[in-house]
Design a binder for this molecule. Structure first.
Ligand code: ADP
Length: 312
């Protein structure tokens, strides 16, 4: 049985229930409560893609002892995700974001996450516990968002864990997921990402994010840059354009099947990553993993929400 862990932050999501929204973009009255987080999405889609007896998927974060945290844990458990490594911090709370929809239907996001429990996931005592638990995992996934919410000490302790996982033959997978507002500036992001890339075995970037942070001219330039820093296996996502695979055997493009009606592209990249990593964990080659990633992402963008209902 293979073991995979995804590390990061899941937040409380509030969105206007449009029927109840009052005047103005912020609305009034009832809101709908959900949960959201890039690394959680990856854990969910990896769990769904893995046959139950083929692998276990753990989510790694810190939560509070409040009812929202309890609801998150219950929801993740219902998905079959292993929550045994989730840390609970007395007196702390999960981060929160609100989705605001303007009169034209355009959505924007407001965040309250600067004091979230997840930022403390790699504080000294918990990092020690995580290091002992994760060192024998077959695959550890995290993103640039995970890096961004940790402080310098937390990033260094995460790096120690990654080094240990790699040292014992495990895989480390990473999606840069560059979100400018989470960083003090692009230099800080580039510095933090450069420090961890030598420990990354599989990079699953989205070209748009890489171009924003590094000015890459095309997906080949993204792959060249990541290989130069030691990453062996790369799948560059480009929305509806083909996924560029690059590895020791060379490069190839994997076409993205057209999606007839795109409803909501939230979690397109995350669902691709989850299905891709599940396939790789069970020994399928990168091409087949990318085909499965595209198929999953195609279903996810055809329905509303980051986490679509389970099939069957
Ligand atoms: P992100 O969510 O990180 O922005 P992308 O937009 O690059 O990720 O998309 C990730 C995957 O989602 C693509 O590789 C593809 O499988 C699917 N996808 C995204 N946009 C489209 C689209 N317009 N048509 C079909 N598939 C898409």
């Amino acid at each position: 049985m293979k073991r995979m862990a995804s590390i990061g932050e899941c937040m409380i999501e509030l969105s206007g229930a449009t029927a109840d929204a009052g005047p103005g973009p912020a609305g009034e009255g009832q809101m709908r409560r959900g949960f959201g987080g890039d690394t959680l999405n990856v854990a969910v889609y990896a769990r769904r893609a893995l046959p139950a007896d083929a692998g276990a998927v753990a989510y790694v974060t810190s939560l509070g002892e409040d009812p929202f945290s309890a609801d998150m844990l219950a929801a993740w458990g219902d998905e079959g995700i292993d929550v045994g490594l989730v840390d609970r911090m007395p007196g702390r709370l999960p981060g929160l974001y609100v989705i605001v929809t303007d009169a034209g239907g355009e959505r924007s996001f407001l965040y309250w996450r600067s004091a979230s429990a997840a930022r403390e996931t790699f504080r000294a005592d918990n990092a020690e516990r995580l290091s002992a638990a994760l060192r024998d995992y077959d695959l550890v996934y995290f993103s640039g968002i995970t890096l961004a919410i940790l402080d310098g000490d937390g990033r260094a302790r995460l790096l120690d864990v990654l080094r240990e996982v790699r040292g014992r033959g495990g895989l480390v997978a990473f999606d840069g997921n560059y979100r400018p507002r989470l960083w003090h500036g692009p230099d800080e992001a580039r510095f933090a990402v450069s420090a961890i890339l030598p420990y990354v075995s599989i990079a699953l970037p989205t070209f748009e994010d890489e171009a924003a942070l590094y000015g890459d001219a095309d997906a080949h330039a993204t792959a060249d840059r990541l290989h130069a820093l030691g990453v062996g296996e790369i799948a560059v996502k480009q929305g509806p354009r083909p996924v560029l695979l690059s590895g020791p055997d060379g490069r190839e493009e994997v076409a993205v099947p057209p999606v007839a009606r795109i409803v909501d592209t939230t979690a397109a990249g995350d669902s691709f990553n989850g299905a891709y990593l599940a396939a790789r964990l069970t020994g399928l080659p990168p091409r087949e993993a990318a085909v499965r990633g595209n198929a999953t992402a195609g279903r996810v963008i055809g329905l509303r929400g980051a986490i679509i209902p389970r099939e069957g």
